[in-house]
Design a protein around this ligand. Structure first.
Ligand SMILES: [Fe+2]
Ligand SMILES: [Fe+2]
Length: 498
């Protein structure tokens, strides 16, 4: 049976309501309030083991899911602004992908608006299943703040080898540190969820993604859109992590995954924008892309696969230039896996020609574009440490060539400004919007120490012994980035004003 609902929330049968409205409209006096009956969805709520949001923008979102049992898979979704009355008109059929993900594209949404949804198309929504659309481009959300949560190299829970010793339960501890900080600081939810690669160890299989992504961040994935970047462990076994084509993905076991995973589970799992669906210049590939969230522009680059082929590197660079030149957002964040300045479990001085060659490629070929075209923050992982730079410019060489007097924003005392207290950074200075804070944040699942040659002199704060994550908050004039450890304590922060 179909249910109907008046605007006052009374359940009744559709025909009876229409009849009642017709009766009231015939009375005299002030114009009648027309109570439009709303026919409600009448499906059954489903609880898929994998559920996440993709490409959330101001008017559109993709909801994607997959249940363990294909025989009971839900085929539709309903959504609306009232969790207790999802209108039948919202019912949206899912398409089923090659790897048996169901994918529903919800369109025509209002900006900066909370919607509730039911996988399976029930008339009411599970309280955990809701999202808020982005503000229109250039605007702030109604709460005045955009909150970005960033986890790097998080996926240790799917590897018994890594989930051991001092790092036992490291991924859950890192996640829970953010939750503790949220509880102690007003609980404002995550608007944008970024993953910096090595999201599912050891080799990024579909099953490892289930453990390290979908079972670890279930609540966040149901309410905020996930925007990832490719790490080396997304490319299969370590021996293949230098592959320059996703078609070369082979899991370390050499055995095919349970599902048709070729060429690469990361690309089968995610539905990333190729055509500017959420803003930005169309990239034509899911391997790198950009999007807008109000007055924030985010760019995800592929430092793992695309940079290992000179033609593909140039294509990504050309696209980045076009994207940055058309970017008018107040704030810009770039993410990719290989960190330009690190002395953690990888060393940005020792990478030339080896498996970590992309460290050099990114620093030499991409950093100048970031600095020339107004990027504010760059986040990478790969080293399982937290290393945060000064406000940098023009340093593309080895650490031995780093000169703080040349390469950093200086404080009044002539030393590099640290971004805190009376040394906060200004986005635009006498020389323009030309500096960037680079952060390694690859410690969301494990902390594996600092290189004996560290810390890197370009970095103000470095730790190889703390697990945690990063939260970035921004309004129209101030951006604050914090590193939050597993206890919910802020170990580092900096502020950029504009
Ligand atoms: Fe890693
Ligand atoms: Fe890595």
């Amino acid at each position: 049976m179909k249910y109907s609902l008046t605007l006052f929330g009374t359940l009744a049968v559709t025909t009876a309501l229409i009849s009642a409205c017709n009766d009231s409209s015939s009375s005299s006096g002030s114009p009648p309030v027309v109570q439009t009956p709303v026919e409600l969805c009448d499906g059954e709520a489903a609880s898929p083991e994998r559920l996440f949001l993709q490409q959330l923008s101001h008017d559109r979102v993709i909801i994607k899911w997959r249940s363990t049992n294909p025989l009971t898979e839900a085929s539709t979704i309903c959504f609306g602004t009232n969790p207790n009355a999802l209108p039948a008109s919202s019912e949206t059929a899912a398409t089923v992908t090659q790897t048996r993900h169901s994918e529903a594209v919800l369109t025509g949404l209002s900006p900066d608006t909370t919607y509730y949804y039911s996988v399976g198309g029930a008339p009411t929504a599970d309280p955990k299943h809701h999202f808020r659309t982005a503000p229109v481009k250039g605007a702030l959300p109604s709460d005045g703040n955009i909150r970005v949560w960033i986890v790097g190299d998080p996926g240790t829970s799917s590897s018994p080898v890594l989930d051991s010793g001092d790092n036992t339960d490291g991924q859950a501890r890192g996640r829970d540190g953010y939750r503790k900080w949220l509880e102690a600081n007003g609980g404002e939810p995550t608007d944008v969820f970024l993953m910096l690669g090595d999201n599912a160890y050891l080799d990024g299989t579909d099953a490892q993604h289930q453990t390290a992504v979908f079972e670890m961040y279930t609540d966040t994935l149901a309410t905020a859109s996930l925007w990832p970047t490719i790490g080396n462990h997304e490319m299969g076994s370590s021996g293949l992590s230098q592959a320059d084509s996703v078609a070369l993905y082979i899991p370390a076991t050499g055995l095919p995954d349970l599902l048709p995973d070729s060429p690469m589970p990361y690309l089968n799992i995610h539905s990333l924008p190729t055509n500017g669906e959420a803003g930005g210049v169309p990239s034509g590939t899911e391997q790198y892309y950009s999007f807008d969230y109000g007055n924030l522009h985010v760019i995800s680059l592929d430092s793992q696969v695309s940079v290992r082929n000179s033609a593909n590197l140039q294509a990504m660079k050309d696209w980045l230039l076009a994207d940055l030149q058309s970017n008018t957002s107040d704030w810009t964040i770039v993410i990719f896996h290989h960190p330009p300045y690190t002395k953690g479990s990888h060393d940005s001085d020792d990478a030339l020609g080896g498996v970590d060659q992309p460290i050099f490629d990114m620093r030499e070929q991409f950093n100048p574009l970031f600095e020339q075209y107004g990027v504010d923050l760059v986040y990478s992982g790969h080293s399982h440490s937290y290393e945060r730079s000064y406000y940098l410019k023009n340093h593309t060489g080895l650490s031995s060539s780093f000169d703080p007097q040349i390469h950093t924003e200086l404080a009044n005392d002539g030393e590099p400004a640290n971004g805190q207290d009376d040394e906060t950074y200004w986005q635009t200075t006498a020389t323009g919007d030309d500096k960037v804070v680079y952060t390694v944040a690859g410690n969301s699942g494990q902390a594996t120490g600092m290189n004996a040659a560290g810390p890197h002199p370009a970095n103000f704060y470095s730790t190889g012994s703390d697990i945690g994550s990063v939260v970035v908050d921004m309004d129209a004039s101030t951006l604050t980035a914090r590193f939050i450890d597993e206890h919910g304590d802020v170990l580092d922060h900096f502020i950029i004003r504009r």
